[in-house]
Write a protein that binds this ligand. Structure first.
Ligand code: PLP
Length: 426
């Protein structure tokens, strides 16, 4: 049936507390407008040199701002490491694409390795042996990437803090090796979608090293942006083991959709999985320049670095830190209110801007509470299942979120709780 009831869900409204933030700010909008006005298609350096070069420079800036290991930088003069690999960053359209292209790169590398032993076998014949890993907390895009890549995916149980641990990964890998499978990719999260949990990279990283050929990807789509604040960086301990890392400034860095940053430690591994080179796309400078068409799936690319550049220049690192810190402080204010009311149960440790909570009681009770809150039109939130329980997710999302807004949101929730608990129950 055709719906005639057109509605906008106002993601930028101060009482929108669902999902994660959809970044927005005036410099970002101006950057996108300028990109649209220039209207270039920057698939190769020659197709638009400034589009390519600004992307490379701004991604290096951002990598430094969030303290990624220097291996991930494109500029080798900034890269202090001994490594002979050449890393670099690229803007993708979404975190899902970051996960997909890194899985394809890892798959391609694994097939090349297997072909060394078995050169006459068709590439596709190796696929049934490949296995990737993630946890039940990983975003569904990992499942989708495995589906597209035609590989097995083992979805592992995290610990009671929703954190994937090394031991469970090692056991799974050992079991699979014993069955003749080939582990090739581990997807971890720093800031999971459901409850913003952080996987233990310090344990997982060495396991990936112990089984060579296992690519470690770190998905920090939302919370990765918080590493711009030095006090948050303990949550990325172990990032030095990662082969790739992504974070979306279009979630939590005031940049409007789309802008998902991906860094790889070895750009050749990525490009060798994705490069095709017809004559009409070749140019005289390809040996010494970056052609981003080899770093992702689409050929055509917009000048997305402009909006990230505008935001970084306009707010500065300290302005962006203030924005992140304000959200975290407000989430902790909301958390403190919940902890003061024994009717509520808190389901996550509040590291970032997300608070997961529920009323002590049944899933049905909490479903009814959330349905009533959303139906009131005064607040919007979504649920998640955390440790098997139906949970309400409250995310601080507004650009200029304030104590008044948070207090008002909590008051609205309390009113809905009072109404729900006073109504006769079966
Ligand atoms: N990874 C995490 C941790 C997410 O929270 C999300 C979405 O919220 C995604 C991946 C998917 O992001 P995208 O919509 O950019 O593909």
């Amino acid at each position: 049936m055709f719906m005639t009831w057109f509605q906008i869900t106002h993601w930028q409204h101060p009482r929108f507390h669902a999902y994660f933030p959809s970044g927005n700010s005036f410099p970002s909008i101006l950057g996108d407008m300028l990109s649209d006005a220039i209207g270039c298609i920057g698939f190769s350096w020659a197709a638009s040199p400034a589009c390519t070069e600004l992307e490379t420079i701004v991604l290096d800036w951002y990598a430094k701002a969030i303290a990624l290991p220097t291996d991930f930088l494109s500029d080798s003069s900034l890269n202090n490491s001994e490594s002979s690999l050449c890393g670099g960053g690229v803007i993708q359209g979404s975190a899902s694409e970051c996960v997909l292209v890194t899985m394809l790169a890892a798959r391609s590398q694994a097939i090349r390795n297997m072909k060394e032993q078995d050169p006459w076998t068709e590439d596709s014949a190796f696929l049934p042996r490949l296995v990737a890993y993630c946890s039940t907390e990983s975003h569904s895009c990992v499942e989708k990437a495995a589906m597209i890549s035609l590989v097995k995916l083992r979805i592992l149980e995290p610990d009671d803090k929703c954190c994937l641990r090394g031991e469970i990964l090692e056991t799974a890998i050992s079991e699979d090796l014993a069955h003749g499978l080939v582990p090739f990719y581990v997807a971890t999260s720093l800031g999971s979608t459901g409850c913003c949990a952080f996987d233990n990279l310090l344990e997982i990283g060495p396991i990936c090293k112990k089984f060579p050929g296992t690519w470690l990807h770190v998905d920090g789509a939302y919370a990765g942006n918080a590493f711009i604040c030095p006090e948050m960086r303990h949550l990325m301990s172990g990032i030095e083991y990662a082969d790739s890392f992504n974070t979306n400034p279009n979630k939590w860095l005031l940049v409007n959709f789309d802008c998902s940053c991906l860094w790889v430690r070895d750009r050749l591994q990525l490009t060798s999985a994705l490069a095709v080179d017809p004559l009409y796309l070749q140019h005289a400078n390809s040996a010494e320049s970056i052609d981003y068409r080899h770093w992702g799936i689409p050929l055509s690319r917009r000048f997305r670095a402009l909006k990230l550049w505008f935001v970084m220049r306009c707010y500065g690192i300290s302005g962006l830190q203030n924005y992140i810190r304000n959200h975290i402080r407000l989430a902790q204010r909301f958390e403190a209110k919940l902890l003061n009311d024994l009717r509520f149960e808190l389901l996550n440790k509040v590291h970032a801007g997300l608070v997961c909570f529920r009323l002590r009681g049944s899933d049905e009770l909490n479903q009814e509470l959330l349905a009533n809150i959303n139906a009131s039109g005064r607040l919007h939130m979504i649920p998640a299942r955390v440790r098997g329980k139906y949970t309400l997710r409250f995310c601080v999302v507004h650009e200029n979120a304030s104590e008044e807004q948070i207090d008002l949101a909590f008051k609205t929730i309390l009113e809905q709780v009072a109404e729900l608990l006073s109504s006769p129950r079966e």
